[in-house]
Ligand binder design. Structure first.
Ligand SMILES: [Zn+2]
Length: 269
């Protein structure tokens, strides 16, 4: 394929996909589980840095900071769905009695719809995006295991994974299982490095954090987060910063209207 292109052409992955306003990459910041530090520490920090993010709420945690989550909505943050009870593999001790291995697709559908109903009831917004708990996308075991990606695809604009080792190629990515990049326990320089790689390749990086505070296991460093917000907001860096729904809507529209990869264009799509 490559040898058929003029020598001056750009790398295949970005050739036909254009971010709005000449931007070179997209970045979304997301935080999972409705951890209390996201409200207690995160909201003021994000407001000070003029940053809108996506909070993927585990519905049965909302009540711990109900007023805070209402404030997050009022301040323009996106609220996404992260199920009601956060089922993961039973290999994690915390999920042993709420294990995906013991779930059916019907039970998972209840988790998705139940969380949407609870979020809508408590916060007055209907989630349009979803984050897979632990980044896992199956129910059942062995021959009876099934993917629940289709349940997500029929309900949400974006389903976001976790612990993924690449940012999203916007021309190719399946929005129902978009890649999620770990955000916790990083220094600012490490965050910046990941963003700069995304810029080089025209990609969409969706960061996934948990607590917000002093850097550590499952904690996104508050000071580094502030620095990153300033970096992302500097127009000189050419980065489009948007919530997961906002960027997802754009990617979906571009994919539907021929913003495909160079390879797809050559195949006559
Ligand atoms: Zn989670």
């Amino acid at each position: 394929m490559a040898q058929q292109q003029p020598a001056s052409s750009k790398p295949e992955t970005v050739e036909q996909f254009h971010w709005p306003d000449g931007k070179r990459a997209a970045v979304s910041l997301s935080f999972d589980d409705a951890r209390t530090s996201q409200v207690d520490t995160g909201l003021a920090l994000l407001a000070a840095h003029h940053m809108k993010v996506t909070f993927f709420l585990q519905a049965n945690n909302i009540a711990k900071r109900l007023d805070g989550w209402k404030k997050a909505v009022a301040e323009g943050h996106e609220i996404g769905n992260h199920t009601v009870t956060h089922p993961c593999t039973g290999n994690y001790a915390f999920s042993r009695h709420n294990a995906l291995e013991d779930y059916s697709l019907a039970m998972m559908a209840e988790q998705l719809d139940g969380a949407n109903a609870e979020i809508e009831r408590q916060l007055g917004v209907k989630p349009r995006t979803f984050a897979y708990p632990c980044g896992l996308k199956f129910v059942g075991r062995g021959l009876d295991a099934r993917s629940y990606v289709p349940l997500v695809a029929e309900r949400f604009v974006v389903g976001r994974g976790y612990l993924d080792e690449s940012a999203n190629d916007p021309a190719f990515t399946d929005l129902a299982q978009a890649m999620g990049t770990p955000f916790d326990n990083l220094t600012f320089d490490q965050m910046k490095g990941l963003v700069d790689d995304a810029v080089k390749e025209g990609r969409w990086i969706i960061f996934v954090g948990h607590e917000i505070g002093p850097r550590g296991f499952q904690v996104t460093d508050a000071a580094a987060l502030g620095e990153l917000c300033d970096y992302l907001n500097d127009p000189a860096h050419g980065i489009w910063v948007g919530t997961v729904a906002k960027v997802g809507d754009y990617v979906r529209q571009q994919q539907a209207h021929g913003g495909g990869s160079a390879a797809e264009v050559e195949r006559g799509r």
